[in-house]
Design a protein around this ligand. Structure first.
Ligand code: GLC
Length: 806
């Protein structure tokens, strides 16, 4: 069953059947103000922090047919009888003649036809405007005039999202609403929790006369609350009650009598949902966004923003699905993960104190580097501020108040309170920023470390370079009995939580990769002494990994607290882990023969037709010593599921060894676009990467979950652009070293880099995967594979011919 199609010229995915197996969402706005909209018009909106300043109520776990957050009712008055339906299908579930949800860049547009009425609603947040706009256009397709009422409706939540669920005494006593009556029957409905009536006031308003309104859910549903969202009894009366709620479950429903609409005629109403401190001051902005001209202008600005963002890198290869992903959907997802980290989705509920993940965002930021490096730097600075004096990092932080926490490690007694890998990721992120921009002065920027004195002031500050050096030293010092880095509470794999003393081969490799980046930086800034020291660190860790961790056909993954191996042929469960193989190659530690052998083992033991599993075989029962991984049934999530984040690492490893065909095969088998024909099996959005897919060890092999907020976005984008297409920023220019499937004749790409545009053409006449020894830049042949830095605002042509080694 197909549920929709890709519309590439408009950079949209168009859903044509609302009865999807799970809700599909789209993001609007950002963490400062925004959230998501689902494909039936429901939405979850927050300002600043989803945990502590949530605006509308969206309870993910309720049935998909339910009303969630916001909806729209249309009422037809036919011969004195009312017919009420929602043009979003949910919550009235009427039979539609047409339903389309256009998932666009930064907006969703629902177009539907019910009972001869065509409705088009565009939902978006004008850039940094702090308001959700719903631009509603209603057209009469009938041959006769029809009388129409339009009733947009919002349901509020208590600002403290968790309190809404765990305190039903305090919360309802605090929720209040008030109406402001303006000229021409315009109205603004205010809503707030009593303690915030002077600081955080939610408002809902429109640009059309409102004859009546409702603010209490019980009255809106009618019959003491025994009416339903699918058939609110209050809508059987001409007017709503105009009650201003003093407590209870607050909503805002606005009655607009649009009146008689002639055949072919269209009416337009614009609603706004926002939050402000002082409504009098906000009024001028409300009035501005009540005008159609401003809304049209803002929508155009949104489009311009995305044009510019995507123009940084565009490609044309023989594979259309590859192009669609790399040109549109993957960079969009990178932008979303950069903004939202793991804060808020249908799966990450934004309750409690999770905030921004240190390791997550350090990786996310690398996915937007070609497009918006300075926004990337801003996030990097925040991350560095939660790094500790010792060099390790706090696991999570809230960007609104910069309060950080140790994450789940706090919860398990007697276990280390830090994650062994977090701090190393930031070295990769800073290096990516420096290589993209050449802004080497950033290394001198002074930023605090997280540790505070009793007055909450930072105890120590240090330059960015000092922060990076501390990160390296932390891992250099904190090693276990084999000389490998200590695991801490966990490494990238959050769910293997071994008692104190365990060592991680993954961290050893990440440290190796971080050292390569540090050596690059040191050589570039001319600090040869530090470069030598780091080369020394690198060689010693390489030696240990190769002496202690090679298991015959692959690398092992951990030594536990007793020195026993995990991820070895000796183990019954979890014999082999993907990340130990890919990262031994990303670090450059694996010699060529072992690299090949390890990747062969991945192919033989871990690969499936739907992606590569994280480990194999799955653990069969809960084991408190190993921890979280054993809470999942075999084949799910970290317990041998297809945990997609780790797939691009194998792709990158394959390109390092020159196996372009296998890299491409692995890329294509997880390309979400290819799932568009099997949605009943896959279920999630086919235009973004999910975090996980159930593997062949699970009866529901192929089922995806946790879409949108996954590190897969950044790494799949990096794998495609930097490693398959092979276009990568370096300190010395744009490196071009593709590793493509040998059957491609070549490809073209346009890449913006350091204030110049590189028009790249790669030809592959000998049908090989890899091999660049010279390039032709603006007509002149250059040795090597690096196109120079121009910084002249001009376009330059780069021609590359893949040539076999002679
Ligand atoms: C989740 C976490 C991420 C972790 C991964 C693997 O995606 O957000 O930090 O690396 O799971 O456990």
């Amino acid at each position: 069953m197909k549920y929709g199609y890709f519309d590439n010229p408009n950079r949209e995915y168009v859903i044509t059947n609302p009865k999807l197996p799970v809700k599909w969402i789209n993001y609007i706005g950002g963490l400062d103000f925004g959230g998501y909209v689902d494909h039936t018009g429901g939405s979850l909106i927050c300002k600043g922090d989803p945990a502590t300043n949530r605006i509308v109520k969206y309870i993910t776990q309720m049935p998909d047919s339910d009303f969630k957050g916001e909806t729209l009712y249309i009422r037809l008055n036919e011969n004195g009888e009312y017919k009420v339906f929602s043009p979003f299908f949910v919550p009235t579930l009427d039979r539609y003649d047409l339903y389309e949800c256009h998932i666009g860049l930064g907006y969703s547009r629902i177009i539907s036809e019910f009972y001869g009425i065509r409705t088009e609603v565009t939902i978006f947040i004008p850039y940094r405007s702090g308001r959700v706009i719903r631009d509603i256009k209603i057209k009469n397709l009938r041959a006769a005039p029809v009388e129409i009422d339009v009733i947009p409706t919002v349901e509020y939540t208590h600002f403290e999202a968790m309190k809404q669920f765990n305190n039903n005494d305090w919360v309802p006593q605090t929720m209040q609403s008030k109406a402001i009556h303006e000229e021409n029957e315009l109205k603004i409905i205010l809503q707030y929790a009593f303690m915030r009536k002077e600081t955080n006031v939610n408002y809902f308003t429109s640009n059309y006369p409102v004859s009546s309104f409702e603010t209490d859910r019980k009255y809106f549903l009618g019959d003491n609350g025994y009416g339903t969202w699918s058939c609110p009894l209050s809508l059987m009366n001409r007017e709503l009650s105009c009650y201003e709620a003093l407590r209870g479950d607050n909503i805002a429903a606005l009655m607009h009598h649009v009146g008689k609409v002639e055949p072919g005629e269209t009416k337009r109403i614009i609603t706004q949902l926002g939050q402000c401190a002082d409504i009098q001051q906000e009024k001028k902005f409300i009035d501005l966004y009540r005008t159609e001209a401003q809304v049209d202008k803002s929508f155009k600005e949104l489009k311009d923003f995305w044009d510019e963002y995507l123009d940084s890198f565009q490609v044309e290869t023989p594979d259309g699905d590859f192009n669609t992903m790399v040109n549109i959907h993957n960079p969009r997802q990178c932008y979303i993960t950069k903004n939202w980290s793991r804060y808020l989705s249908l799966y990450q509920l934004g309750l409690g104190v999770r905030g921004i993940g240190f390791r997550d965002s350090s990786q996310d930021v690398m996915g937007i580097m070609p497009n918006m490096p300075e926004e990337g730097r801003e996030l990097i600075e925040k991350l560095l501020c939660v790094q500790k004096i010792a060099g390790n990092a706090m696991h999570q932080f809230n960007p609104a108040n910069m309060i950080a926490s140790e994450g789940d490690s706090k919860e398990m007694e007697g276990r280390p309170k830090y994650y062994g890998d977090d701090h190393l990721w930031i070295v990769l992120a800073v290096s990516a920023y420096l290589k993209e921009t050449g802004n080497i002065g950033f290394l001198d920027k002074v930023l605090p470390f997280y540790d505070k004195d009793k007055n909450e002031n930072a105890i120590e500050t240090g330059t960015v370079l000092e922060h990076l050096k501390r990160a390296i030293e932390f891992t250099h010092i904190n090693v276990g009995r084999n000389g490998l880095p200590l695991l801490g509470f966990a490494d990238w794999n959050d769910t293997v939580n071994l008692p104190e003393g365990a060592e991680s081969i993954f961290i050893a490799n990440l440290y190796g990769k971080a050292l390569i980046e540090m050596i690059d930086i040191m050589e570039y800034i001319g600090d040869s002494e530090s470069a030598l020291k780091y080369k020394d660190y690198y060689e010693s860790m390489k030696k240990i990994v190769n002496e202690k961790c090679w298991d015959g056909q692959w690398y092992i993954r951990y030594f536990d607290h007793n020195g026993n191996m995990l991820g070895s042929k000796e183990n019954k469960h979890g014999k082999i882990y993907t990340n130990a193989q890919s990262w031994s190659i990303l670090s450059g530690f694996a010699p060529p023969d072992r690299a090949k052998e390890a990747l062969g083992s991945v192919n033989r033991l871990l690969n499936t037709s739907k992606g590569i599993k994280l480990s194999f075989p799955g653990y069969e029962k809960y084991d408190p010593v190993i921890g979280g991984i054993t809470t999942f049934p075999p084949g799910a999530k970290e317990n041998g599921g297809i945990f997609l984040h780790s797939n691009p690492w194998v792709i990158i490893a394959e390109t390092i060894t020159g196996n372009g065909n296998r890299a491409y095969e692995y890329y294509s088998q997880i390309n979400p676009i290819t799932k568009n024909n099997i949605i009943d099996e896959y279920e999630c959005e086919p235009f973004v990467y999910p975090q996980n897919i159930l593997s062949d060890e699970h009866p529901q092999f192929g089922l995806a979950r946790n879409s949108w907020l996954s590190g897969t976005a950044s790494w799949a984008y990096q794998a495609a652009t930097k490693h398959i297409l092979g276009i990568e920023a370096t300190f010395y220019g744009l490196k071009i070293d593709p590793c493509i499937p040998d059957f491609w004749n070549g490809f073209t790409a346009v890449r913006k880099f350091r204030n110049a545009v590189y028009r790249i053409k790669v030809e592959n006449p000998s049908h090989i995967s890899k091999g660049v020894s010279k390039i032709i830049v603006d007509g002149s042949e250059l040795d090597g594979n690096i196109a120079p830095i121009f910084e002249d605002g001009q376009e330059h042509t780069v021609k590359v011919v893949l040539t076999p080694d002679r």
